[in-house]
Structure formats: C-alpha cells, structure tokens
Design a protein around this ligand. Structure first.
Ligand code: PLP
Length: 371
C-alpha cells in the first residue's frame, strides 16, 4: 500500500475556499460581520443562551478566561497532568500555578477525588479537560466547585460537537473554551471560543481579546471604530479574523457528517480490535462522544508504535504528562498518570480516513500481536 496513513488532518471542501475568497473580495479581513455571524451560528447550533466570544486560538481562549477572572500570582488552578501543554501554558501565563492532578484510568477524565485532595485556600478554579472529547463525570467537578466556591473553566478544546447526556458540550456550564485549530472537530484555520452565562465575565473577555479596549466589540459589530476609548484591564490581541470565521462557518455546516464519520471510525476500531487481548479501549459512549482523537491502551506500546510507523501508519501519544516537564515539575508523583502514559497510543482518526486505510491500520495491529 502506498502513501502514509495520517494520524489527523484538516478536511476542507470548496465551500471553505470560496468563503475565504468572498472575504478577500470584500477587503475587510479583521474582526467584523463574519465573526459576529459565526458566534451567532455557534449559539444556534449549541442551542444555548450563553454568550460566545470567538478568539484566535484555544490557548488564548483559556488564557483570556483565566485573566478575566483575575486569576494570577499566588493563585492555584487544578488541572489534569494528562493534557496538551496548552492548558498548563494558559495557567502559567497568568502567573498562577497549575496544580497537576490524576485522571480516571478508564476514561482519562480528571479524577474528582484527587482534585478534592489538592484544593487549598489558594485554589481559584478547576480546569477539567475533555480528553479525547469525553466529559462524562464533570458533574462531580461542578459539585466540588460549588462546595468550595471555585470557578470551572472547561477545557473543551477537543469536544466541539460532543454530547453529554442529551446536551451538546457548551450548552450549559460555568465557562467553556473550545479550539478550532486545523485538526479539531471543526476548524477555522486556527481559532477558539469562550462561552459563559456570566455577563460581567463576558464583557471582560470581549474587551480582553481587543487589547482591553472597553466595548470595542460592540463598536466593531456595528461597523464603527473606537477613537475615544478607555482601558481598565490588561488586554491581548486575541480576536478572531473574518477570514478565520468564514472557514469556521462553512465547517459548522458540515458537523453532522463529521460526527457520523468520526463515530463510525471509533466504532469500527472497537468492533475489529476487541478480540485483541493486549488492547484496552477507553470507556466512552460513541453515540455521545464526537472523537477528535481515538486513543487505546496497548501492551508493548512502544514496539507497536514502531511497527505502525514502519508500515507508514502515523500514530501519536496524547500526551506526555505536564508534571514531567521542566517548567511544570511537581514535588509529588502522579503514579496513575505515569502508568497510563506508558500505555496510550492514538490511532488515525480524521474525516478523510478511507475505509481501506482504516482496515490497513487494523490489519497491521493484528499482525503485530500475531492475531
Ligand atoms: C486539551 C487541549 N487544550 C488546549 C488546546 C489549545 O488549542 P489551540 O491549539 O487552538 O491553541 C488544545 C489543542 O490542541 C487541546 O487539545
């Protein structure tokens, strides 16, 4: 079989390309009516009454959310160690400490018991990460947050379009942050969004994405510019552009087909590999979860990885735990996370993965284990 089988990739149709050209033709590339329309369309899709603020990356969504809560030096935010370094970077960028915690070994979702044991008088927020798009178990985190008067910032970077029960992630909650980077469930090239019911917080976030310029969002959305303005809080250059929003709007129209495709890939892996005793699956309900990545636990993980790579099949490890990185090193161990790190492997999962390619991945894995 020729050609590498990719782990993940963007999936773009002519519609996205034409939408970008239309923005270029209008010669208004920055933040304007396309971004406003994208925010409205996300709100309609999620059927939420929460406000939505689009930004330029998922990382800046998290950073801006923390910043708008005035979280900074001396404060602590509890976050699973098993996440992309973006979650940690957003926290450390505020001057606060990211307190690394364990995950549930069956779902790799943040472990509520470990969170409870790590709450101190300095804790200001909990950041549960929707690992591989799943967030089952978040109710326990909200219960803890209520008990200790903490904010919850959901790192839902991977979970756009995923459901929990009957509801889409982002329909309700305290603060939800999505990513629309190139390989996420939908993309706007790069991009992100912040959602909340908290109006004061949302105003801070709206201002914060435009250098802190008070009510600049409202001005831009009515086709004006702010000449005489005030700034009360530190802001950033984190807004989304019309070019990005144009891509995101077209991707949003395709989400149902993306859901079908990615869920089908996950179900096919499970059906075809459940006879392989050396492989364990995460306990996800793939009627609910729209998987951004498909992760297994595998015996002899490193050898299997080498074997797949030698057969032109890309695979990944999501993630090296952050508490093992120099900047985020902890004085304590996280034995569960360390054990999980040795076992996890991410298999190809994207909208353009063909049936033939997926069957090849399955065949090579079975071959490796002598099945
Ligand atoms: C769990 C998690 N958090 C945060 C991010 C950051 O999103 P972005 O790449 O859009 O900055 C990502 C994206 O890879 C992610 O997977």
């Amino acid at each position: 079989m020729s050609g590498k089988i990719r782990l993940s990739k963007s999936s773009l149709s002519n519609a996205e390309k034409e939408a970008v050209l239309a923005v270029l033709d209008k010669e208004f590339l920055g933040m304007g009516e396309e971004v406003m329309a994208f925010e409205q369309e996300i709100q309609n899709y999620l059927q939420t009454t929460m406000d939505i603020v689009c930004v330029n990356t998922g990382t800046s969504a998290l950073h801006l959310a923390l910043n708008a809560l005035d979280i900074g030096e001396g404060d602590e935010v509890i976050v699973p160690s098993l996440t992309y370094v973006a979650s940690f970077a957003a926290i450390s960028a505020t001057g606060a400490t990211a307190v690394a915690c364990e995950v549930n070994p069956k779902t790799l979702f943040i472990d509520a018991k470990d969170v409870a044991s790590k709450i101190t008088p300095n804790t200001k927020a909990i950041m549960p990460v929707h690992y591989a798009s799943n967030s089952q178990g978040i109710e326990e985190i909200y219960t803890l947050a209520k008990q200790y008067n903490l904010r919850v910032i959901e790192d839902a970077a991977q979970a756009f379009g995923s459901k929990r029960g009957e509801k889409l992630v982002g329909q309700e909650g305290d603060i939800i942050c999505f990513s629309f980077d190139g390989i996420k469930n939908i993309t706007s090239g790069e991009g992100g969004a912040i959602l909340s019911h908290d109006k004061v917080f949302i105003q801070r976030v709206q201002d914060g994405r435009l250098l802190g310029v008070h009510k600049d969002t409202q001005k831009r959305y009515s086709g004006q510019r702010s000449w005489d303005f005030n700034v009360e809080h530190q802001g950033f250059r984190y807004h989304m552009s019309n070019i990005m929003a144009a891509i995101g709007r077209e991707q949003l129209k395709r989400i149902d087909s993306f859901r079908q495709k990615r869920q089908h890939i996950a179900k096919t892996y499970i059906a075809s590999l459940s006879s392989v005793a050396q492989i364990t699956f995460l306990e996800f309900d793939f009627e609910m979860v729209l998987p951004h990545i498909f992760v297994i636990k595998a015996e002899k993980r490193d050898e299997l990885r080498e074997y797949l790579l030698a057969n032109d099949i890309e695979c990944g490890i999501h993630y090296k735990p952050n508490h093992l990185l120099t900047l985020y090193k902890t004085s304590y161990d996280l034995p569960l996370t360390q054990e999980i790190y040795e076992q996890i492997l991410t298999l190809p999962c994207h909208n353009d993965l063909t049936q033939k390619q997926q069957l090849r991945v399955i065949e090579v894995i079975k071959e490796f284990y002598g099945k």
